[in-house]
Design a protein. Structure first.
Length: 126
């Protein structure tokens, strides 16, 4: 149990760093560059997934794996997280008329748990 709590706490740091990447990119693409929130979400999510993998590799999931297989697994499972992200964004922006950045924050919070569980239980099995 202590190991799981410790891993989750470290993943909060990993996820926090990746979230800064995602939110920063989303804001930059959506506001100053006036990109549609769905495209901005997709680009920011794809690049923050790479950041999440990198930070996770450095701080938490240090198991030796073939880097291409590992990245392939990360991005394959992240497709579901991306779909969740877009669906949450669409509901929040289109149906609930919430601001795009606030919607992005909510989507990130929900998808965070999916990402942690998939990495812990399926990809790294730790």
């Amino acid at each position: 149990m202590k190991k799981n709590i410790r891993q989750f706490m470290i993943y909060l740091v990993v996820g926090g760093l990746a979230t800064l990447v995602e939110w920063g990119l989303f804001w930059l693409l959506n506001k100053p560059l006036s990109m549609d929130y769905r495209i901005a979400t997709t680009i920011a999510y794809a690049l923050s997934t790479l950041a999440n993998w990198f930070f996770g590799k450095v701080l938490l999931f240090k198991e030796k794996q073939n880097i291409w297989k590992e990245l392939g697994s990360i991005y394959l499972t992240s497709l579901i997280g991306w779909g969740m992200n877009l669906l949450i964004m669409w509901i929040a922006v289109q149906k609930l008329a919430l601001p795009e950045m606030l919607s992005k924050m909510g989507a990130t919070a929900i998808v965070f748990f999916w990402n942690f569980l998939v990495r812990k239980l399926l990809i790294y099995r730790v």
